[in-house]
Design a protein around this ligand. Structure first.
Ligand code: BGC
Length: 788
């Protein structure tokens, strides 16, 4: 069972019947322009039902089996359900239905991390509009995506569902994805609002942080997405922030999201989040999903006994109706119930390849024309990781293209003997790991096969028989639990395999390419020198083997860049100590406030004192997340944020830089000075002047990507951002403050590779006051600020 099923069907039915006899206006039917009238025609019971869901749509008796849920329907008033299903990388719905011979497959698109690595909002838009079509084709209304939480720590189990460690990259990619989905008339739900950066004890963990990192990082990505795309809805998170559940925090939803940012849509809770239904409604968290009996009773009683103002309930009811009238279902859309899976697979292949990052290349790639025979190492080459785990991925995959298939599709010969060794090894491993058979669905990552080490003779024969070695390492993670440090590190036999293969192939003058098919970074510093090329593919979706092959062969020239830093070791980032890196799971932490036991034995042994990093997590690193830390403190990294190589090279030249009252604009000409066609993602960082608040060494403010440039061809990219985007948040007076002085606008190929700089002067300091909201309730020590 994926979760405790709390259905309200019987209750819904009984109440609908009551409503028919008590409703004040039998003839009113919902239209987009009569919502107030419909609200007045509703009984109190109907109103309460409308602000909570109808249970999970898991069973075979539901319209869309395997989906997340729906809104309550009131047929007498012409109010249908709006149907909700998870994303972000696939429409999460069961592929098979009872007594139905057809299949309802959904495309596995690249993970959000892979999409972010394209540094191309058009790519995010394309994935979004294709997914939006798939949702529409199958008759559903809203995709519960994207997730825009920051990658605060490399071990967060849901990082693959998120975009970046940087709020500008995350916010802009999310906005483009939302605009893409919504261009099909399909709704989105931006999640998980906010500061939801770990899975351990996710229903109860308290993220404790000061207002500056809250505003500049953790809210900023949501702010950008909301302002640049107006998602239909926002989902609050499971966790608390500074002592309050996010779904019960009026300052978060009403003051910041609606009042400051102008959000006009619906706010819904995460599934079974929070404790107090009435407080949630007061906070402007309009819909509680998937809905529980106790929530229904609590809201009804509170209105009846006067502790909940009916006007507040009506406010939420109205927002739910505004959401429903936008849906395909409300419009009576006659969906074909099938989708263009072939065309969508092509989108996956294209964007999946665009998100692949070439980390290192010692003239090993693209594979030379003479290379025909490939020796494939690593169990992952034969069992690729198209996507992460969790509700975003129901586990019923459509298909996954392996490396074997990808290379064969491109005309390469994959070493058959080696393949047979792996087949046997994998079968043995399956028996060892799953003596009772592999479970069809797993909520948390299943154990993966141990590596297979060839003997010296076998290896010698393989080197002789092949032209190149490709070795794939895999990592998968998912919702409900975080990764462990061991998952960041390479296993002993993975390292041994790299060492052996590298030595043997190099001795014969042949190359080793290491492919990382991973959810989130792994340790690379200790072994990368042994590889002739390192390719980070993240999780490119169902076409994974084809996407990687397109890069290896040069059919696609790599243009991805890292949306996060690859640290040398765990412990280097200042958040590392304040993360449950050593927490021992006995059960996934998805209790969802239902009383289900989700604590580890370690926790149960000493339940008295709140446990650091489990019951609460202190964000002591403040604003120094990712490259903001590594750059400012001069700490060595394995691969910097924004890094990614190409098979060609580019020259940058600033054409013009200007700043008016509100906007900044920089024109940069990018020229392909190499021998093959390619695309370049350009990054614009700003270094603020001394004085005013302390600042990181540089911060990303804009980015852009060229079209495919032929050798010798140039393109001018126009990068724009707001003047106040260069401001910092002053906690003393809840203001965004822009210091006067010289700002360096750095045009860069990565956070560590600045190509040219333009200097602009702000002559007058500026201040913009906002709500003094979500203050830390207990002191949080903040990482030493740098005086520059
Ligand atoms: C996840 C959400 C998801 C919801 C509905 C929750 O467990 O945190 O991201 O949208 O379930 O499936």
């Amino acid at each position: 069972m994926r979760r405790l099923s709390i259905t309200l069907f019987s209750l819904c039915l009984a109440s609908a019947l009551t409503a028919q006899t008590t409703g004040s206006n039998q003839s009113v039917r919902l239209r987009a322009d009569n919502i107030d009238e419909v609200v007045s025609a509703m009984t109190l019971e109907e109103k309460v039902h409308l602000v909570i869901g109808c249970g999970m749509s898991m069973g075979s008796d539901t319209k869309f089996p395997g989906t997340a849920g729906r809104t309550y329907d009131i047929p007498r008033l012409g109010i249908p359900s709006a149907y909700l299903a998870d994303g972000p990388h696939r429409l999460a719905m069961a592929a098979k239905r009872e007594f139905d011979s057809r299949t309802y497959h959904a495309t596995e698109f690249p993970s959000s991390t892979t999409v972010a690595a394209t540094f191309n909002p058009d790519a995010a838009h394309k994935v979004g509009r294709t997914l939006g079509m798939e949702v529409k084709d199958y008759g559903l209304d809203v995709l519960l995506a994207p997730g825009v939480n920051l990658m605060r720590n490399v071990l967060c189990g849901r990082n693959h569902e998120y975009y970046s460690e940087d709020p500008v990259l995350a916010g802009k990619m999310a906005a483009a994805y939302i605009n893409g989905v919504q261009s099909r008339g399909t709704g989105t739900c931006l999640k998980h609002f906010a500061v939801n950066n770990q899975e351990t004890n996710r229903n109860n963990n308290d993220s404790r942080l000061t207002q500056r990192p809250l505003r500049e990082l953790y809210l900023k990505c949501f702010e950008i997405a909301v302002k640049e795309s107006q998602p239909w809805s926002v989902m609050t998170a499971y966790n608390k922030v500074n002592g309050k559940y996010t779904c019960e925090d009026r300052e978060l939803t009403e003051d910041i999201l609606r009042d400051e940012w102008g959000f006009k849509g619906l706010v819904m809770s995460d599934w079974n989040a929070g404790k107090d239904a009435v407080t949630s409604i007061v906070a402007g968290n309009d819909m509680l999903q998937p809905g529980q009996d106790r929530q229904y009773k609590a809201i009804l009683e509170a209105v009846e006994n006067g502790t909940l103002d009916l006007a507040l309930l009506d406010r939420s009811v109205k927002r739910v109706l505004e959401f429903v009238v936008k849906s395909h279902t409300f419009a009576g859309y006659e969906y074909p119930n099938k989708t263009d899976l072939e065309a969508h697979a092509q989108v996956d292949r294209e964007i999946g390849a665009e998100g692949i990052v070439l980390l290192d290349n010692k003239q090993a790639l693209p594979m030379a024309a003479g290379i025909k025979k490939v020796a494939l190492y690593g169990t992952t080459s034969y069992d690729m990781v198209p996507a992460g785990m969790g509700f975003g991925s129901t586990g019923i995959g459509y298909y996954t293209v392996s490396m074997v298939e990808g290379l064969r599709n491109a005309g390469y010969i994959v070493d058959k003997e080696l393949l047979n060794c792996y087949k046997k090894h994998m079968a043995d491993e399956q028996k060892r790991l799953f003596p009772h058979g592999k479970p069809p669905f797993a909520f948390t990552p299943l154990p993966r096969a141990e590596e297979f080490l060839p003997t010296a003779e076998e290896l010698a024969a393989q080197v002789k028989a092949n032209d190149i070695a490709v070795l794939t390492l895999g990592r998968v993670s998912g919702e409900g639990c975080d990764r462990r440090v061991e998952d960041f590190l390479l296993k002993e036999n993975e390292l041994a395999l790299i060492k052996q293969v590298s030595a043997a192939y190099r001795a014969a003058g042949k190359k080793l390419v290491v492919v990382l098919n991973i959810c989130s970074p792994v340790e690379t510093a200790s072994w990368k020198g042994l590889a002739d090329a390192v390719v980070c593919a993240f999780q490119p979706g169902q076409e994974v083997g084809n996407c990687i092959t397109d890069i290896l062969t040069g059919k696609v020239n790599p243009s991805g860049k890292l949306p996060m830093t690859f640290a040398v070791k765990y412990g280097d980032a200042p958040s590392d100590a304040n993360f449950p890196f050593d927490y021992e799971f006995k059960m996934p932490s998805f209790a969802m406030g239902t009383g289900m036991n989700f604590k580890s034995e370690k926790k149960e042994e000493k339940p008295k004192e709140p446990e650091k990093n489990v019951d609460f997590t202190n964000y002591e690193e403040g604003i120094y997340v990712g490259y903001r830390y590594f750059d400012t403190f001069g700490k060595e990294v394995s691969y910097p944020f924004g890094h990614g190589l190409s098979y060609t090279a580019f020259d940058y030249a600033v054409e013009n830089a200007k700043m008016d009252a509100d906007r900044c604009e920089l024109k940069v000409s990018v020229k392909n000075i190499g021998k093959v066609a390619g695309r370049e993602a350009v990054q614009l960082y700003v270094k603020a002047p001394n004085g005013g608040l302390d600042k990181p060494a540089k911060e990303l403010k804009a980015f852009g990507k060229t079209a495919l440039l032929q050798p010798g061809e140039s393109q001018t990219l126009i990068l724009t951002w707001n003047v106040m985007d260069m401001a910092s948040f002053n906690e003393k007076n809840s203001s965004w403050e822009l210091a006067k002085g010289e700002y360096q606008w750095m045009v860069a190929a990565s956070s560590a590779d600045v190509r040219c700089t333009a200097v602009q002067r702000v002559t007058k300091a500026r201040k913009q006051k906002v709500h003094d909201a979500m203050r830390a309730q207990v002191p949080v020590a903040v990482y030493p600020m740098v005086k520059r």
